[in-house]
Design a protein. Structure first.
Length: 255
């Protein structure tokens, strides 16, 4: 056995083994837990990096509390790595620990001030907790830090839409798709907002653009059908909704 690790996405974690390790860890049997961690990762020496990999995997398989425990151990070994704190922030947020998540993101930014991912994640955490003013400030900050990231404009657009500032929302969505012409989430919310503001023809153009990129998105066919109906194109609207239901029979028929 050697210390070369497989890429994180190729590592398959045994949940029973992971839970056993966490039980040992929680009872103070750190060495016994570490033995299992090493077996899970296929390595001989447990390092901060390997613990970060394991914590990230636990997070991706939605073992969020496990991820927090493992990532905190990685940070004990190396507290100066900004990505460890960023990943811990994500895990804490998923556990509903907003204040601790924000603290982790802020620590990551002290260590790496240009880590825009932490600012975006902090904004997402505020949105998740209904703190839209704080989220707006985060996304504006992210835009100042990295003005060519479409996801920041998209998220800011969502904040403006939520607060009824539709023209600003539309401008943000347009900016996002100007930066990345294949950024379909922004096209979708742009289309929805335009339709809600009585501009169905422009909305239809957005939905057609999405479907030229991602042709199997059933909700977009529903949105397209609604906009077409508003334009009086009933047959095309019905066909679009039938196609949506063929892709996802669980959808409700909007008509």
């Amino acid at each position: 056995m050697n210390d070369r690790k497989a890429p994180a996405e190729q590592i398959v974690i045994s949940k029973p083994m992971l839970k056993k390790a966490l039980q040992l860890h929680g009872s103070g049997q750190v060495e016994a837990a570490s033995d299992i961690y090493r077996k899970l990762l296929g390595i001989e020496q447990l390092t901060a990096d390997s613990l970060h990999v394991l914590g990230g995997i636990a997070y991706r398989i939605k073992e969020h509390e496990a991820a927090v425990i493992i990532l905190e151990q990685a940070i004990k070994i190396n507290p100066e790595h900004p990505i460890y704190h960023y990943t811990l922030g994500n895990a804490r947020c998923s556990c509903g620990e907003l204040a601790k998540a924000i603290s982790s993101y802020e620590t990551s930014l002290v260590l790496q001030p240009d880590l825009v991912e932490s600012v975006i994640a902090m904004g997402d955490a505020f949105v998740k907790n209904g703190l839209f003013k704080e989220a707006r400030l985060c996304f504006q900050r992210a835009i100042r830090m990295a003005p060519f990231r479409p996801e920041s404009f998209h998220r800011l657009g969502n904040i403006y839409k939520q607060s009824g500032e539709y023209d600003r929302a539309i401008a943000c969505y347009r900016k996002a798709v100007t930066i990345d012409g294949a950024y379909t989430p922004a096209y979708n919310n742009l289309g929805i907002t335009l339709a809600e503001r009585g501009r169905p023809r422009e909305a239809v153009a957005c939905y057609h653009k999405i479907l030229s990129i991602k042709s199997n998105w059933p909700e977009v066919y529903v949105n397209l059908g609604i906009a077409l109906k508003e334009m009086g194109e009933t047959d095309a609207a019905m066909e679009s909704c039938r196609h949506a239901l063929s892709l996802n029979p669980q959808l409700s028929d909007p008509f």
